[in-house]
Design a protein around this ligand. Structure first.
Ligand code: PRP
Length: 285
């Protein structure tokens, strides 16, 4: 039987959300501690727990067929490995940061400077594109310390909350790349494995759609129904059910989770009452 081999981060910032996503799409894994490989009990999938930086090469060589990985790592080491879905978590930037005290007007100020980074390929490509001549000092961790100990003038590293930069007296100056977790695919994947991956992709999209939407229920006076329906589009069109009290209806709809606060005042002005906003676990379109 064909099985899809999927890599996830062994440890690090993507690990927990990656495992949660697999769970949310109904893939049960007997996740014994310190295991390097686990087989799903209810889906033709084997999960490999690998070091982040090794995953692009394993994808390239076909050791694994797919991976949940940060796009920043793919860009740095990917050798044109493609991804098929953005996963909406582990959002971060790969950015240039400099000491707060440094005079910095533009990228040109990096000419002749030393840049410490764990992302040499990404930085080189960016510097070349912008015609900046700086030297790169590769460090594999704690990059933010480099300017403070005289190892570099500037750094390029992942910025998420910005807390690490702040603690090290650095300031973000240029965003080289915006990144998030993605579902990447091996170029050697075969048709049977691709079919399994397509199912996973479909399930992921259902989960992500659910996460970005809310189910809205409200009671509306019948004379305002049309106006309320106009501002609550729903998936096809809202469900309208009569209430026991005459002249009133219950309206059910799905809206983008970011839209709700924009329309709440209009709904209230139209007489909507008892408005409930509920999370959606999965949404299949
Ligand atoms: C990353 C990165 C920064 C930090 C930035 O390290 O190297 O140090 O996160 O995050 P912040 O903007 O929220 O402070 P991570 O903890 O992922 O470990 P790493 O050093 O192994 O990359």
């Amino acid at each position: 039987m064909n099985t899809l081999k999927i890599a996830v981060q062994k440890s690090g910032r993507l690990k927990d959300d990656s495992m949660k996503l697999l769970k949310d799409i109904g893939i049960s894994i007997d996740n014994g501690k310190d295991q390097l490989k686990a087989t799903a009990t209810n889906f033709p999938v084997e999960v490999f727990y690998l070091r982040n930086g090794d995953i692009p090469q394993y994808l390239k060589d076909g050791v694994v067929d797919a991976a949940i990985i940060g796009n920043n790592v793919l860009v740095e080491k990917g050798n044109s490995i493609e991804y098929i879905s953005k996963l909406g978590f582990s959002k971060c930037r790969v950015s240039i940061a400099v000491p707060k005290a440094m005079e910095y007007q533009s990228l040109n100020d990096l000419n002749g400077k030393q840049i410490a980074t764990s992302y040499p390929n990404t930085v080189n490509a960016f510097l070349e594109e912008n015609n900046i001549k700086a030297s790169i000092h590769v460090i594999n961790g704690s990059v933010e310390i480099a300017p403070n100990i005289g190892l570099a003038d500037a750094i390029v590293d992942i910025v998420s909350t910005g807390g690490t930069l702040f603690k090290n007296n650095l300031i973000e100056k240029e965003v080289i790349l915006k990144s998030e977790a993605v579902l990447a695919v091996s170029p050697t994947i075969n048709a049977a494995q691709q079919a399994i991956l397509d199912k996973i992709k479909f399930r992921i999209e259902s989960v992500l759609k659910g996460q970005s939407s809310k189910y809205v229920l409200l009671n509306a006076p019948n004379e305002s129904l049309e106006a309320i329906i106009n501002i609550l589009p729903g998936m096809k069109s809202p469900t309208v059910l009569p209430l026991a009290e005459s002249g009133w209806s219950s309206v059910h709809s799905v809206i983008d989770k970011n839209q709700f606060w924009n329309i709440i005042d209009d709904l209230k002005a139209l007489g909507a009452q008892g408005i409930l906003i509920c999370p959606i676990e999965k949404m299949v379109l």
